[in-house]
Design a protein around this ligand. Structure first.
Ligand code: SF4
Ligand code: SF4
Length: 373
């Protein structure tokens, strides 16, 4: 049974010591990052930089504490994510989200380079065979996977495993196609365009970060650019786009890719921190941020990505859905995220457990407040 630290989002007194920031400080102290990081290690802090229109990512105030904790044990931290929009645009998005050297206290680096083509292929299991891990993650000596928990259009849930299984994979490859798209392709996704319903409004092209759709006098989809993420399908209000997929195959691919990313580190060099805050129905990569489906729940931390995702799912699904959200009127309990996202979020978490990435059983150690020195 894996031990996980948990800090509740509720604060019941007027004191810095019970703030989530202070509780995170306490977690980092009790977890003792020197178990994971050696003096001089380059430490990738893997997060999601967000999007042009999103605003519910992990706030710099928390990231700064993580950076300080890494530095305090002699590590050299850098905040990183893989390219989705073009590299310079994505760095500007990070800046707009408040993620820069000044705010977080360390460099902000694209893990797969400005063009999303810097990677090292590693073995990745039965369905993927091999996958390109972003070079700066591959070469780092230690990693802290900092995940924002929320729903996801294809995996049902975006937590630690998804943050690695998609987010640590190079955007493109040297063969001129999408490396990350190989995971989406496992789902044998096909994007279907219903011409009779299409009014050529261009919303789908606007929603596509990969430049795969052109809308002028006609609708054109470039399948060599398309990573099968499904955002255009959600963006189309006329139901002129549809998506067919083999969900289980794709989610197993996410688990295989996460294992491949972890395999590039020596044992015991990866730590996980997950924020159950601003829990939206969809991923941070969407060009907007819907209202949260439940209230903020807090922070989980530990060294097992399966346990941390399972704990996050258990906590999220036990809470009451909020009014004025995508989950309004739904019953709490197992299946809540599936009802919201139409995808079973347990598939990739269970697949990761089957692949030996971690354990589904966990115990929570609750951190109530920052203790006096
Ligand atoms: S959003 Fe829908 S209706 Fe608009 S151009 Fe795209 S497919 Fe056509
Ligand atoms: S699925 Fe749609 S939004 Fe996603 S890459 Fe393909 S065309 Fe773009």
């Amino acid at each position: 049974m894996k031990k996980l630290y948990f800090a509740d989002a509720r604060t019941r007194e007027i004191s810095y010591d019970v703030s989530m920031v202070a509780k995170l400080e306490q977690i980092l102290k009790e977890a003792d990052l020197s178990h994971y990081i050696k003096e001089g290690d380059y430490v990738a802090i893997k997060i999601h930089f967000g999007s042009r229109g999103g605003h519910r990512g992990i706030r710099p105030v928390f990231l700064r504490k993580i950076v300080e904790a890494v530095k305090s044990v002699g590590g050299n931290p850098f905040l990183t994510d893989t390219v989705r929009p073009k590299g310079l645009d994505y760095l500007e998005i990070a800046n707009m989200q408040g993620l820069n050297h000044l705010s977080v206290g360390c460099p902000v680096v694209l893990a797969d380079g400005l063009f999303g083509k810097n990677y090292v292929r590693v073995p990745a299991g039965e369905s993927l065979k091999e996958i390109g891990i972003a070079a700066e993650i591959y070469d780092a000596q230690a990693m802290i996977v900092v995940s924002h928990c929320k729903g996801h259009i294809q995996a049902g849930f975006g937590g630690a495993i998804k943050n690695l299984g998609m987010g640590a994979i190079s955007s493109r490859n040297r063969e001129g196609t999408s490396e990350r798209g190989k995971i989406h392709n496992l789902a044998r996704v096909s994007i279907i365009h219903f011409q009779d319903k299409c009014i050529l409004c261009g919303r789908c092209a606007e929603a596509c970060d990969h430049g795969a759709i052109t809308v002028g006098d006609t609708f054109e989809l470039d399948n060599t650019m398309c990573v099968k993420c499904g955002r255009c399908v959600e963006a189309c209000e006329n139901k002129a786009l549809g998506m067919e997929q083999d969900e289980e195959r794709m989610q197993r691919g996410v688990a295989e890719a996460a294992r491949a990313a972890i395999s590039t580190f020596e044992k015991g060099k990866v730590f996980y921190i997950s924020f159950m805050t601003d829990i939206m129905p969809h991923c941070d990569c969407h060009p907007h941020a819907d209202t949260p489906i439940i209230n903020d729940q807090g922070i989980l931390a530990g060294d097992d990505p399966v346990a941390i995702d399972k704990a996050a799912l258990d906590i999220i699904e036990s809470k009451n859905p909020l009014a004025d959200s995508a989950a309004e009127g739904m019953k709490p309990g197992k299946g809540l995220l599936e009802r919201v996202t139409k995808r079973n979020p347990y598939v990739h978490v269970t697949a990761a457990a089957d692949l030996g990435v971690g354990e589904l059983e966990y115990e929570l150690v609750t951190v109530e407040r920052k203790k006096k020195e």
